[in-house]
Write a protein of this length. Structure first.
Length: 94
């Protein structure tokens, strides 16, 4: 099984492209890395990703991880924990 870990800004097209490029399937995951503060554009992009996944690859789960971008030490720790968790589950990271 695979986990696609991606950052999300204001547009979803790069994530949709990655989903199509890597051919996600049943049991795979998408992890969206998001800043602490979300604006309306970010919320819309998250919604678009979730809509695309539910319509075209409904067996793939989508989760969000909030990254505290104004605290580099905590941000790195958050990312390491997320990656470590996926590795422990023996998932292929993409």
């Amino acid at each position: 099984m695979k986990t696609l870990i991606v950052t999300l800004g204001w547009v979803e097209w790069s994530i949709v492209s990655a989903i199509l490029r890597h051919g996600l399937s049943r049991g795979d995951k998408i992890v969206l890395l998001l800043p602490e503060k979300k604006d309306e554009k970010s919320r819309k992009a998250i919604e678009e990703v979730r809509d695309f996944v539910s319509k075209y690859v409904p067996t793939v789960s989508v989760s969000e991880i909030i990254v505290p971008i104004y605290n580099p030490t905590e941000a790195i720790s958050t990312l390491v924990k997320a990656i470590t968790e996926e590795v422990k589950q023996k998932r292929e990271l993409i």
